[in-house]
Structure formats: C-alpha cells, structure tokens
Design a protein around this ligand. Structure first.
Ligand SMILES: NC(=O)C1=CN([C@@H]2O[C@H](COP(=O)(O)OP(=O)(O)OC[C@H]3O[C@@H](n4cnc5c(N)ncnc54)[C@H](O)[C@@H]3O)[C@@H](O)[C@H]2O)[C@@H](O)CC1
Ligand SMILES: Nc1ncnc2c1ncn2[C@@H]1O[C@H](COP(=O)(O)OP(=O)(O)O)[C@@H](O)[C@H]1O
Ligand SMILES: [K+]
Length: 530
C-alpha cells in the first residue's frame, strides 16, 4: 500500500489536467491568493536550503549550490508563475537576501499586479530592461509556467537567450519557461534551468527526452493537493505514471516461498546471438542471470555454444544448426521440450536478420515473449504486427527510437511526444511497448504509461539494451503465474536497469559503465532494499 506522498509522486499530469485539479481546489473554497502564498513560501524555503549550510536532522536532501545569502535576480512573467516569483522575491527580501526583479511585461494578471505593487512598496528594485539587472549569484525563473500557450517571440525570446548565456545557476518555478508542459518541446526558446521546482504534481513535459537539456535537476514541491481531486480528474483517462522505487521494489519476486524449486522460479528461454554478434548473447544472458530467474536456457548457433557455457556455467546452452552466415537456422530444443515448456521467451539480441524463421516460430508460440533488436527488425520486415493481437500470451516490444520508427512508421514522430507515440504503438499493436531513451516510456494496449524518471547517459553504450532484455525476460519468467500486470514488470526492469547504471556511474564515472559492468551492478541495486 503506497502512502499519499508516494502516490502523489507517481502522478504525471498535462497542463489541462493540472488546471482542472486546481479548479476543483479553488471551487472547494481555497482562495487563489492563499494557495499562491503557500506554494511560493515552499519555493522560497527550498531556495534558502540551496544557500544554507547542512542542517542536522533535516529530512530533505541538502544541495548547497549557492553561497550564503546570495544576490537573487527574479524573472517575473505576466501570469501566476510570475505571481509565485514575486511572492518568492518578497519572502527572500524579508529573510535578508538582496533581491532584484526583472519584469518585461506591461499587462499582468491581477494577483500578480498586486504582488508587484507591494514588492515595489517595500523597496525591492523592479526593472523592465535586462541590462538594468545587476550581477546576481542566481536567477529565479518565474516567466511562464503551465500557462504558456504559444511560441515565445522577441523581445522575450532574445532575453531568454541572453540569460542562458550568462551561465548563472537558474532555478525554474514549475517548469523552465519556454517548455511545452505536455511534450517538453521548446516553444521558440527556453530557459536552461539548473534546478526545476515542479509544483504539486509532475508535469509530463519534464519527463520527455527533448526537455532534459533544459530541466536540470528536478524535484517536486508537494503542496498538499487533496488525493480525491487528483483521482476525480484522472479517473477515466489512461494513467501516465512515474516509476518509483516503492512500486518497482514491490513487484520483485521477493521473498521467495520457502518451499520451491528451480522451475517454479521461472524458466526463461533466451534466443540470441550469431557468429557475428556473439557478445550480445553473453550480455543478454548476464542480464537474465541478474534477474534471479530459476532456470535459464539459451539457444545460440552451435558455434557459440562453448563460449556461452564458459561464461554461464549454470545455464542450459542449446547449440542450434546455423545458416551459412552464422545465424540460428533452426531451433533445436532438447528432446521432450517444446516452446510451451518455458515460462517466458526473450528473443532478438545479435540474431541478425537471417533468423527470420526463428522469430516466426516464437511469435506462433503461446508464451509471454520479449522481442528486441533484430527480433524487432525481423518483425518489422514480416509486417505481422497486427497479428500480435491474436497471440494467446503477452508480447513485449523493446525498441529504441530507430527501431520504433521502423516498426511503427505511421505513429507520429517518436521524438516529438514520446508518451503519445508509445501509447499509440501499444494500442495499435496490442503489445506492451517499451520505448528506450533517456526517459524510457512503457505503455500497455489500454494506453496506460509508466515513465522511468531517473537514468544516466552512462547507459548510452553498446550492449546496455541487451542487459535489459535479459533482465526483463528473467523477471517475466519469474512472475508468469502471478497476477501482476505485465507493464508493471516491464517498468520494474527499466527502473532496475537504470538504477544499476546510476549506481555504477556514481562509483566509476559515466565512462566506466560498460555493459558487462552494468550487469554486475544489478544485484547491488536491490541488496538491503527489498
Ligand atoms: N493559483 C496559484 O496561485 C497557483 C499558481 N501556480 C502557478 O501558476 C502557474 C500557472 O499560471 P498561469 O495560468 O497564470 O500561467 P503562466 O503564468 O504560466 O503564464 C500565463 C501568462 O502568460 C501569457 N502568455 C502565454 N504564452 C505567452 C507567450 N508565448 N508570450 C507572451 N505571453 C504569453 C498569458 O497570456 C498569461 O498572461 C503555474 O505554472 C504555477 O507557477 C500553481 O502552481 C499553484 C497554484
Ligand atoms: N542518454 C541516456 N540516458 C539514459 N539511458 C540511456 C541513454 N541512452 C541510452 N540509454 C539506455 O541504454 C539502453 C540502450 O539500449 P539499446 O539502444 O538497445 O542499445 P544496445 O542495442 O547497444 O544494447 C536503453 O535501455 C536506454 O534506455
Ligand atoms: K518558470
């Protein structure tokens, strides 16, 4: 059972949904100015944290990015994002900070206008020209929040570009001004934030790959939105959720029942590798090993058998007849073994496109199936995506953006709105689709989406994806008979993989996370946490 705080931290909303949720709070009697005071007070305190020394006993992570009592430049827009910024200016002023306001708009929303008037009355200097702003230690960006509705043009666009060039730390309120709240697209230009303090609920745009260069480090400022209002607004729409440690850890097949045996803990069949791509098979198998799966069988071309045995002595390695090019020509399973004897199948890494008949065979099986890499390329060539709907078991497709575009050429650009793209692909194919990227997104055919909110560019390295395929296959095999939604298992695999990358990078730098090393860090992620 998740706490309310954990539930809130999972929710991802669009601008329209956020507006509706806020609307309910105001309709219930919460005065708009009171909420602005509350929210901006929390932001001011957080900014104070950034410039104060570590205080013992504080629960929150302390991030010292500023000198004590820095000079703060506050960028104020015409709407309530600007209103928040003015309240922050006032609070920091009273707490002893030197504060300057830059406000390049004549027409302001009423509440914002009132806060401006008061800020001026207490002696906070307010300027309309960026050149008038003195040299500040930090900028607070309250130009636009989720109310930005059109492309930013000059003169504001030039000002934003200029501010970015100053290379000062920038703390954005709600989201970096200029980003589309839902897609994360840059609308003309955008503030490059060092830190984004997202208000109330996570905005979808902050979790889209194209926004990441602008978002910096992001955190949620929880201002006690009633859970009933969130539920009321999101009730009938497919949910878009952030994967959190609590949800990921809760789907792990732990603890094991005391009385069990290896086949009860899942039997995964991996089908991978070719003479040309031998390493991919090893990495996939190491990912599967990391999942803790009870029994691992690996079908590879005959010429790779010894290699695999030497790396994974615990696995049952099946050497298969091979084509002239060194791909698997035919699945030659041991006697009395059929595809239906396995709990799950993962197929694809390193196969080459010559293994077409193998992919056809696994697609015709009745087992949960993960297709990756060449498995996906062959599926795209076969043109049989529509038949996935008829498979008696779940199919999981794990494309990167290039494979995604080959598989789903008619789905709108996967670079533009990855959430929408992965939703459409899953609905169209009837498969669970995992779209790889900096913020991997997973959708089920009903349109529900999980986004992995943390990862590391250390994973942008050949072979990382193979480790994920093995890990995912192994997890699927272990929970095949349990009533856990498949997309939840897929999300757990993505989270686990990303966390292993983060942990490895923290100990070895972003250059030290080769795929083999990554596989060795899987276990460290869960030790002591589950
Ligand atoms: N009610 C409150 O006090 C609360 C305020 N919040 C803050 O309010 C923000 C949303 O406020 P608003 O709805 O007022 O929206 P914004 O402050 O994000 O911006 C809307 C204003 O910008 C103008 N605008 C939009 N696009 C423009 C463009 N391209 N060029 C020039 N002007 C443009 C609009 O005409 C409008 O005046 C949130 O992001 C958050 O910061 C909430 O987070 C918390 C509750
Ligand atoms: N910039 C990044 N930030 C976080 N994760 C990334 C980044 N780039 C790639 N990854 C992750 O690394 C993995 C790469 O997989 P893939 O593209 O299939 O590579 P390969 O086929 O070489 O194994 C995916 O899980 C992806 O999400
Ligand atoms: K902002």
């Amino acid at each position: 059972m998740l706490t309310k705080k954990e539930s809130i931290s999972q929710v991802i909303v669009t601008a329209a949904q956020m507006r509706e949720i806020e609307g309910r709070i105001f309709a219930a009697g919460m005065p708009v100015p009171a909420l602005m005071e509350k929210v901006a007070g929390l932001i001011a305190s957080r900014i104070q944290d950034f410039s104060s020394n570590f205080e013992q006993g504080r629960q929150r992570e302390q991030v010292r990015i500023l000198p004590p009592f820095p000079c703060v430049g506050i960028l104020v827009g015409p709407g309530h994002n600007g209103g928040d910024a003015l309240v922050v200016a006032r609070e920091l002023h009273f707490r002893g900070y030197a504060v300057w306001v830059y406000l390049p708009f004549d027409k302001l929303k009423e509440l914002t206008s009132q806060h401006l008037q008061y800020a001026q009355s207490i002696g906070i200097p307010c300027y309309g020209e960026i050149e008038q702003l003195p040299d500040c230690d930090v900028l607070v960006d309250g130009l636009f929040g989720f109310g930005l509705e059109r492309t930013i043009t000059d003169p504001i666009a030039s000002v934003i570009n200029q501010l970015n060039e100053w290379n000062k730390p920038i703390i954005s309120i709600d989201l970096p001004s200029g980003l589309h709240t839902d897609t994360g697209e840059v609308l003309g230009t955008a503030i490059r934030a060092t830190y984004t303090l997202c208000l109330g609920l996570w905005k979808q745009g902050l979790l889209q790959d194209q926004a990441l260069d602008y978002v910096g480090k992001a955190e949620l400022i929880d201002f006690d939105i009633p859970w009933a209002d969130v539920q009321a607004v999101l009730e009938d729409v497919p949910k878009v959720k952030r994967i959190t440690p609590a949800t990921a850890l809760s789907t792990l097949p732990l603890p094991r029942p005391p009385v069990t045996h290896k086949y009860k803990e899942g039997h995964l069949l991996l089908i991978c590798g070719s003479r040309r791509y031998a390493g991919g098979a090893i990495l996939t198998a190491l990912g599967a090993r990391g999942s803790g799966v009870g029994m691992l069988s690996i079908a590879v071309p005959e010429s790779l058998k010894q290699l695999l045995v030497s790396h994974l002595p615990e696995a049952l390695v099946i050497g298969c007849p091979e084509t002239e090019s060194g791909a698997i020509a035919q699945l030659q399973l041991p006697e009395k073994t059929e595809l239906s004897s396995f709990s799950a199948i993962a197929c694809g890494p390193g196969l080459t496109k010559d293994a077409t008949s193998i992919v056809e065979e696994v697609l015709a099986s009745d087992r949960p199936l993960v297709l990756d890499a060449d498995g996906l390329n062959i599926l795209a060539q076969l043109g049989t995506i529509p038949t996935l709907q008829q498979r008696p078991a779940v199919t999981v497709l794990t494309p990167h953006t290039g494979e995604f575009q080959r598989l789903f050429p008619d789905v709108a650009d996967a670079k533009h709105d990855r959430v929408k793209a992965v939703q459409e692909a899953a609905t169209q194919s009837g498969a669970v689709v995992l779209l790889k990227g900096a913020r991997t997104a997973i959708a089920n055919p009903q349109g529900s989406v999980w986004i992995n909110p943390e990862s590391t560019p250390a994973l942008a390295r050949g072979g990382s994806g193979d480790v994920l395929t093995g890990l995912l296959g192994g997890l699927l095999a272990q929970v095949a008979n349990k009533e856990i939604p498949v997309e939840d298992i897929v999300a757990t695999a993505a989270w686990w993989h990303g966390q292993a990358g983060i942990l490895a990078a923290s100990e070895r730098t972003e250059l030290g996370v080769d795929a083999f090393t990554l596989s060795q860090y899987l276990l460290k992620v869960i030790v002591g946490r589950s």
